[in-house]
Write a protein that binds this ligand. Structure first.
Ligand code: CA
Length: 365
């Protein structure tokens, strides 16, 4: 390389650096927030890379990495890797991690209204939940509920209607729920307790052992695709439907407020858009894989699929309405959230009766 070509090469290098905005320190360019790289931690309630629930935060992190060209790098931690599964809320609130992926109803001891932001029994389905959150005032209420904890929530995944759960005995009447120890969080757990059972809240990764050692007699988890991965068919024979307790559960992405405020506007927008994309993507994956997994559970593993008897469902429904009313009466925010959700459900249901429900009926005929 002669002197002239060295000069040309140096000039081209300088031009390309300028074009990329990566001037040497002291030029002022490094002060621009767009030149700054952020390295964040995202803690989750799910085992690392667990199908569906655990892959959602991984997809989210990858999307943000690509959209931001590496300016916002997010490292995802499975349950117990940085903090235990049910300490995600506190960890993000205190800034131990900048982000978390979990479910709002795990925090009902801190925020009485929180179950409404995941799912309440006999409540909104997935379409209605997404409609209420994004166009019905739900997300504003959720942000109000989390603001005192220094957190900004986003919807980030929804499983659709879940299964009723795994039982080591048949449920033929309400009497069969008496003394039943079941892993079931949120309002559904309260309803099972009032129906004579005993609700236990334990993280997913510990459920298998609890069933196997007879610490619990039953567990709800998600649906066929997720439940197959946990191997619940090895420890319980009866698989009940429908998931009356979680008809459209929304998962959450929570972000530490100070951390979010430090991001430039374009990275904030990427977080928001990636959360919305993951929210839809999870439902798409469950829709594609749930029935394949159900066929495998029945044909390969001999699982007995059962529908809850109608009178059991009727009783659970009436207990649910009592529990929700008591919750609303006990907490001002819970009351506003419940009323907002009820009003939304009423109007959405009126149209769904002549759209979704009517369509299912004609397709079967
Ligand atoms: Ca569940």
């Amino acid at each position: 390389m002669n002197r002239h070509s060295i000069l040309v090469a140096a000039l081209l290098l300088a031009l390309s650096l300028t074009a990329c905005g990566r001037q040497a320190p002291g030029t002022g360019a490094t002060d621009s927030p767009k030149a700054q790289t952020f390295r964040w931690k995202l803690v989750t309630t799910w085992p690392k890379n667990y199908p569906g629930l655990g892959t959602a935060p991984e997809n989210f992190a990858r999307m943000v990495e690509r959209m931001s060209d590496g300016r916002l790098h997010i490292k995802v931690f499975g349950a117990g890797q940085l903090v235990p599964a049910l300490e995600v809320f506190d960890a993000v609130s205190q800034g131990t991690a900048e982000m978390g992926h979990s479910s709002a109803y795990y925090w009902k001891g801190k925020i009485p209204a929180s179950p409404f932001f995941t799912s309440v029994p006999f409540g909104l389905n997935v379409q209605e939940m997404n409609g209420w959150l994004h166009y019905g005032g739900g997300l504003e209420l959720w942000r109000e509920a989390y603001a005192p904890f220094n957190l900004i929530p986003f919807a980030a995944g929804n499983t659709g209607v879940q299964m009723g759960g795994w039982f080591n005995r048949e449920i033929n009447s309400l009497a069969d729920l008496k003394g039943l120890k079941m892993r079931i969080p949120g309002i559904g757990g309260e309803v099972i307790t009032r129906a004579g059972g005993e609700a236990v809240n334990i993280a997913g990764g510990e459920v298998y052992t609890a069933m196997q050692t007879h610490v619990i007699d039953a567990t709800e988890w998600v649906g066929p695709y997720n439940d197959l991965a946990f191997g619940f068919y090895q420890i319980a024979r009866y698989y009940y439907y429908p998931g009356w307790h979680e008809p459209g559960p929304s998962l959450e992405l929570i972000v530490n407020k100070q951390a979010f405020d430090q991001l430039p506007a374009d990275l904030q927008a990427m977080v928001e858009v990636a959360a919305r994309a993951v929210n839809q993507d999870m439902l798409d994956e469950y829709t594609a894989r749930n029935n394949q997994a159900l066929v495998e559970l029945v044909q390969k593993h001999g699982v007995q699929v059962r529908e809850f008897p109608a009178d059991v469902i009727t009783s659970l429904h009436s207990i649910t309405l009592q529990v929700l009313q008591e919750l609303a009466d006990s907490d001002e925010l819970a009351k506003r959230v419940y009323e907002s959700q009820q009003a939304f459900e009423k109007q959405a249901e009126a149209y769904h009766e002549i759209s979704e429900a009517a369509y299912y009926r004609i397709r079967k005929e």
